[in-house]
Design a protein around this ligand. Structure first.
Ligand code: CDP
Ligand code: CDP
Length: 213
């Protein structure tokens, strides 16, 4: 069973995908971490003339099994760098095969990102597209950072999320939209437990329909 979970920044897709993976006992891949790792590799030269060539080289040699420093990867600045490398077509191509192989392992998998239901796994058994109001998303990300003891400038964070969403939506190599057969889940008013319950109901319903039950 392959479950695809897509949606914009801080919509809750990672938490939801991890919960679904636990519930159905499937491995989980947060594909955003792959783009973040490539972005992080370019942290010292974000405006260099070779940005694109270096991003492609970093994507081609990325060892996805050893993503390393999660703390640094999940910072807001790395998120911005990730969205800049994500608009480079060859970066996306370099990481496609790893994601597809992960999805096709025996028993299946849960993948979350932006283009899982559209590009990586268009034949996924169940697809969810997670959305939430942008101020709520900013507040969730702010609390996540504060829990780690990091200082948060909510104004700057809101604009970083907006900048990233805008670049992602305009990505010419994307697939950053809701697949026709994806189920829309708005988590604005839902806590983590309620989102997970709703997602499980959607997945169970989809699987039952496919099995002709
Ligand atoms: O967790 P959050 O939604 O804030 O970000 P993420 O999922 O870690 O993704 C970081 C950036 O990587 C996104 O803003 C996208 O630009 C890019 N990305 C992508 O292009 N394709 C994916 N499947 C996942 C992430
Ligand atoms: O993966 P994505 O960037 O879409 O979001 P996430 O990392 O799963 O969630 C961002 C933050 O929002 C985390 O700290 C979650 O615990 C929190 N969250 C929440 O408060 N309510 C939800 N329904 C979902 C996530």
């Amino acid at each position: 069973m392959i479950i695809a979970v897509d949606g914009p920044a801080a919509s809750g897709k990672g938490t939801l995908a991890a919960g679904l993976a636990r519930h159905y006992q499937l491995p989980h891949l947060d594909t955003g971490l792959l783009y973040r790792a490539v972005g992080w590799a370019l942290r010292d030269e974000p405006d260099g003339p070779d940005f694109e060539a270096k991003a492609i080289a970093a994507a081609q040699r990325l060892d996805a099994a050893h993503l390393g420093n999660l703390e640094a990867l999940t910072s807001a600045n790395t998120g911005i760098l990730a969205s800049r490398v994500a608009v480079i077509g060859e970066v996306r191509v370099a990481m496609r095969q790893y994601q597809r192989e992960f999805a096709r392992q025996p028993g299946g998998a849960v993948l979350d990102g932006r283009d899982i239901g559209t590009v990586i796994c268009p034949d996924a058994d169940a697809k969810l597209f997670i959305v939430a109001d942008s101020k709520v998303r900013m507040e969730r990300r702010a609390r996540q950072l504060e829990l780690r003891g990091l200082p948060v400038d909510r104004y700057a964070l809101y604009h970083q999320i907006e900048e990233r969403d805008a670049r992602d939506m305009a990505n010419p190599h994307g697939g950053f939209y809701k697949a026709d057969d994806a189920h829309l889940l708005d988590t604005t008013l839902l806590d983590i437990e309620a989102s997970l319950r709703a997602a499980i109901a959607i997945v169970d319903g989809t699987m039952a329909r496919k099995a002709g039950l």
